[in-house]
Design a protein around this ligand. Structure first.
Ligand code: PEP
Ligand code: MN
Length: 485
């Protein structure tokens, strides 16, 4: 949405997709009743059924309630216009009295105490789109972006303002309480940060999400009208903490996004979902942020794509891929985000900071809003329901890529150890090739390989090639030593 014109009696916006104006939307104050507004919008037909109207209606209602101090927004819809009815319904509009061929629908403002409203179990009317609905719109995945940590009012406001101009961005993230590996590091701004996050939301209309790790965090986040909560990877490993959070959310209608635990343990992740489900939390989503791994890898957290895929096969929940915490650096973000989309993720979480190099946490992986814009426009969004064949193939290819990457890491490690052996042999005057040892090893590999269904020829060729490369490397070490003398 782009701001075209504002006044105290109306909010008027153009709807812009990929730099092109594709429609307009407005909420105008009613001349007779200053607390009532009327919404109207139009969208070029080729942009219908993509979730754009639902999203923009949600955003303009938030802005209009805040800026025009309305109690109620009504919409007049021709009875035959089923699409508009659906859009309004998803945004909490309810049917009012029919007038001629039109029907008035209205949405009412949330109570002044959103936490109480959510706690009462009443689904909050404005913008409380079912997250499943929000993330399952074909070709329009949920994009959650914002800084790793909320650091200052200026930082979150500048970041949010820039993000609100990127049409694909659907939600604003910001860490308030930061789980740090070592003490004495920046641990977040706490309650003060929530005041700024709420300000950013009121100004931009973007719904917000933050991490909660204790029941006190839950209460504070709800008090400041945060729209959705996520449970961090370090919290999900601890069933006691997860249970406390689930208890704190009993009877609260707020979407909860559950990150995978730091360890690659599918059951622990599933268990967290079960605890929230039992507590009656209806809107649940998964966030895949990769796993701690003992082997070296180019990633900060190894993706192990098969685990989130397995999770979504077991549970019918939307899956968001947190590419920032998987990658740990900016350079891998683009390819990893594309891979996630190819594997049919429902959305992406990407950390974004107005000035990443100065960030107090996760400086290496955050990008500027401009970089995010470029990254998003370079992605290919595939229609999710297009072809299960394509998706299955993408899954399998991704597994192959992961295995190849592991093979490469292993080969590099093998060469490293082999070079250490070379140095050792040189110091102790031992010959490079010890034929007997190699023959024995190769026989053992062929036997183990055939137990695993691998042909002797394959084992022979692969290990001969590896062995040959090791011998060449060791000979080189010996010669180098002789030259130096
Ligand atoms: C974060 O999102 O900033 C964060 C701390 O994430 P995780 O729990 O995945 O490490
Ligand atoms: Mn982070």
């Amino acid at each position: 949405m782009v701001q075209l014109n504002e006044g105290k009696n109306g909010i008027f916006r153009a709807i812009v997709v990929d730099g092109k104006i594709i429609g307009s939307i407005s909420v105008e104050r009613n001349a007779e009743n200053r607390f009532e507004g009327e919404i109207g919008y139009m969208l070029l037909t080729e942009y219908w059924s993509r979730g754009i109207a639902t999203n923009t209606v949600s955003r303009i209602c938030r802005i209009a309630f805040n800026e025009l101090s309305l109690d109620k927004i009504v919409a007049k819809v021709f009875e035959s216009n089923a699409a508009s009815f659906r859009v309004l319904e998803k945004n909490g509009f309810v049917t009012g009295s029919p007038v001629g061929v039109m029907e008035i629908r209205q949405v009412v403002k949330r109570s002044e105490t959103p936490a109480d409203n959510k706690r009462s179990g009443n689904p909050s009317p404005v913008g409380a789109q079912d997250i499943k609905q929000a993330v399952s719109t074909p070709a329009h995945p949920m994009i959650i972006s914002g800084p790793c940590s909320i650091e200052s009012e200026a930082q979150i406001l500048a970041t949010a303002r820039a993000l609100a101009k990127i049409p694909q961005v659907t939600m604003l993230r910001g860490g308030i309480w930061k789980p740090r590996t070592r003490p004495d590091a920046f641990e977040g701004r706490g309650e003060q940060g929530l005041v700024w996050l709420r300000e950013a939301k009121q100004e931009t209309g973007l719904p917000t999400i933050t991490e909660v790790a204790t029941p006190e965090h839950v209460d504070l986040a709800l008090k400041y009208d945060v729209d959705a909560l996520w449970i961090g990877a370090r919290t999900v490993v601890n069933p006691f903490s997860v249970q406390q959070l689930a208890d704190a959310l009993k009877g609260v209608d707020v979407p909860v996004f559950i990150k995978n635990p730091v360890s690659p343990d599918l059951n622990l992740w599933l268990g967290a979902f079960e605890r929230f489900q039992k507590a009656g939390v209806r809107q649940l989503a998964a966030i895949h942020r990769g796993f701690s791994y003992y082997k070296e890898s180019p990633y900060r957290n190894f993706p192990m794509w098969e685990i989130p895929i397995e999770l979504t096969q077991r549970l019918n929940v939307p899956l968001i891929t947190d590419v920032s915490h998987i990658c740990g650096n900016r350079d891998l973000l683009q390819t990893t985000a594309q891979k996630a989309l190819d594997l049919a993720t429902d959305g992406l979480m990407i950390e974004c900071h107005i000035n990443p190099v100065e960030a107090l946490t996760d400086a290496k992986q955050q990008i500027t809003p401009d970089e995010l814009k470029t990254l998003l426009s370079n992605l290919t969004f595939r229609a999710k329901n297009s072809s299960s064949v394509e998706r299955d193939l993408a899954n399998l290819r991704s597994e192959i890529d992961d295995i190849d990457s592991e093979l490469l890491q292993l080969l590099a490690r093998r060469m490293e150890v082999s070079s250490q052996i070379g140095e050792y042999k040189k110091r102790n005057n031992v010959t490079v090739v010890q034929m007997d040892r190699w023959k024995k090893i190769l026989e053992e590999h062929i036997a183990t390989g055939s137990d695993l269904g691998l042909s002797p020829q394959l084992i022979n060729e692969v290990f001969e090639a590896i062995h040959q490369a090791s011998i060449e490397q060791q000979s080189h070490i010996m010669e180098k030593g002789e030259d130096a003398h």
